[in-house]
Design a protein around this ligand. Sequence first.
Ligand SMILES: [Zn+2]
Length: 257
Amino acid sequence: MIDAHIHLDQYSEELVERYIHSWIESGVQSVVAVSTSLKSSYKTLKLKQKYPTFIRAAIGHHPEGAPPLQGDLHELLHLIKKEKHLLSAIGEIGLPTYSKKELYELYHEEVFIETIEQFLQLAKTEELPVVLHAVHEESEKVLTLLKKNYIRKAHFHWLKSSQKTANEIICCGYYVSVTPEVCYRKRDQKLVQIIPLDQLLIETDGPWQFNERFMGRQTTPLFLEDIITCLSNILSTPREELGENILKNTEQLYVIK
Ligand SMILES: [Zn+2]
């Protein structure tokens, strides 16, 4: 199993150090560690150097916060080129949804579009996949930007979108992931039924916390096991087959460097 999206830099170093071996022993082969800012990108790169075979690193700037300062953006784009040998992707990048009301009072939407486009252009020239935070109506906007920039490899993480947009994403050959929410939320259970098995990924988005059976439990890659069990029931597909497919998808998209 591979956790296709986790914010490993947001866990304490002690926790990662203490538990990483138990994750590996429980069948978690690796994780895609994503970043949210320049500082977070440096942390991810440090983790990648410490655990080179377990971590697939992605660096970028998360869209639900203020856009990066010009200097930081420049440094981040430069870092992507310089450390490309350590990277499996650029991300997480996208457009804001949850904080757009506050953000768009302070910044023009255009600033966010320009930022994601700079990352997309670099992803194209460096031939790196992109990890996308693009939900609800922004999923459609980001999809348009991917097409405009001729992006071939993209992952819509924890997708929430209309069926129409989800179908378009699938038609473009992009990947979509589900979180532990698929175990208890109808919306995700419906979505997963239209995603072809060769475009499906699983993720925890840790340390984000979940409800129902996951309530009060620290989110770790160990939740992947629960996701596969739930998917197996929803899709009436044997666990083993599902696990193999999802693993193959993740490895195809996020090649280990
Ligand atoms: Zn995330």
